[in-house]
Design a protein around this ligand. Sequence first.
Ligand code: CA2
Length: 142
Amino acid sequence: MSKLLVLNGPNLGRLGSREPEVYGSANFAELTDRVVTAAKAAGFEADVRQTNDEAELVSWLHEAVDQQNNVIINPAAFTHYSYALRDAAALVTKAGLKLIEVHISNPHTREEFRHNSVISAIATGVIAGFGVESYVLAIKAL
Ligand code: CA2
């Protein structure tokens, strides 16, 4: 079964604790279960991770390149300003691997600062606005 890295950025470990109208009611453990189950059905072994640390996310993207793993990533707030993350994500797609950017909410319906993603231009594709199902759609796309 081919391995898939499912990476999550800052504060997503706190899902389910507030703003259910924006992010739904699932907590991070429930999101992980949903993703692992959907991935298995599609023939992938999903390794689901979350960090609040930009450097750790960058290292995980390097790992994806070294291990030749496709990536689904919700960069959370780093989406909007982290050029370090963009450069690391570009290494993944330039290596011929797939990297799908996902969001639980639709950032374009929200505050202006969320309308720009520095990741999207180097991603294979972007899926946003379908709650936790955004991840499942990304798995189906892979
Ligand atoms: O919609 C998404 O998935 C986001 O990537 C989530 C980020 C936000 O900065 C992006 O603009 C869009 C925020 C994650 C915060 O997660 C929490 C959700 C509920 C409760 C606590 C944290």
